[in-house]
Design a protein around this ligand. Structure first.
Ligand SMILES: C[S@@+](CC[C@H](N)C(=O)[O-])C[C@H]1O[C@@H](n2cnc3c(N)ncnc32)[C@H](O)[C@@H]1O
Length: 248
């Protein structure tokens, strides 16, 4: 049980595995106006940057669950580095059926709604860990511009146009599920670049160090094609945001 290696190669230099910058992530945490001691469950926690920095800056405590052994190790190391290892823990595991032992104040899934087979299932999964009146965060892509055809959608790493909604429709989907959308933090094209373009240098340096690795041809192919694909497709068409929800 692990994340395919190609992802951990591409994102080995990332602390945040989504298109928010550290500044946006910090602003989102502050915008929630939650008290020190807030208990968090973060499903698909990646390298733990959100939980660790919010523990340091806002006094939150909590647990992150992620399927990647490498990212989970990085999260534990980051917690130690930031001096919050006594307040946050990181569990290696499949988050798709993970429910907290004790209800939490803030339940999050930032950039992995496939663990609940989409937005509705992920909201339901998170709600099983949330105390009444608690806050939920869901990070999800949306179409900035609707792709003109299915081929363009697939070039944005979607399976098709139907994978994602336009932003007003995504907001409506949350509301139709019975939630108030109470805050949000959106990526922009520059912050997308920090997520996407930052992978190119990581891939190039990895290739220089690992020319004979079995994944070297795949990484070489991705490094050659990704910049043009990204600037003409993902950067133009795909938006991304984290949405704060409260049950009505
Ligand atoms: C786009 S990254 C987001 C990570 C983190 N939330 C962040 O924003 O930095 C998606 C994460 O989902 C994790 N993941 C994928 N499938 C998972 C599963 N079934 N259970 C737990 N984690 C999973 C990956 O290992 C990866 O860390």
């Amino acid at each position: 049980m692990d994340l395919p290696r190609i992802f951990t190669i591409r994102e080995s230099g990332h602390r945040i595995h989504n298109p928010l910058t550290p500044v946006k992530l910090a602003a989102l945490g502050e915008a929630l106006h939650l008290a020190p001691g807030t208990r968090v469950l973060d499903l698909a926690s990646g390298s733990g940057e959100m939980l660790c920095t919010w523990a340091r800056d806002l006094g939150f405590t909590g647990t992150g669950v992620d399927i990647s052994t490498l990212f989970t190790e990085q999260a534990r190391a980051r917690a130690a580095e930031l001096g919050v290892a006594d307040r946050v823990e990181f569990v290696h595991g499949d988050a798709s059926c993970h429910v907290a032992d004790q209800p939490v104040d803030l339940a999050t899934c930032v950039g992995a709604t496939w663990i609940g087979n989409g937005v509705a299932g992920t909201a339901e999964l998170l709600s099983r860990s949330l105390r009444p009146g608690g806050l939920m965060l869901i990070g999800e892509p949306y179409w900035r511009l609707t792709p003109p055809d299915e081929e363009t959608a697939k070039a944005c790493n979607a399976t098709g146009i139907a994978d994602f909604l336009r932003l007003p429709d995504l907001i409506e989907q949350f509301q139709d599920l019975g939630y108030d959308v109470v805050e949000m933090m959106l990526a922009d094209q520059d912050s997308w670049d920090r997520y996407a373009a930052a992978q190119w240098l990581t891939m190039r340096r990895w290739l220089d160090l690992n020319p004979d690795d079995e994944l070297a041809p795949e990484v070489r192919e991705q490094l050659s094609t990704e910049p043009a694909r990204y600037v003409s497709r993902t950067r133009e068409y795909l938006g991304w945001g984290v949405f704060a929800l409260m049950k009505r």
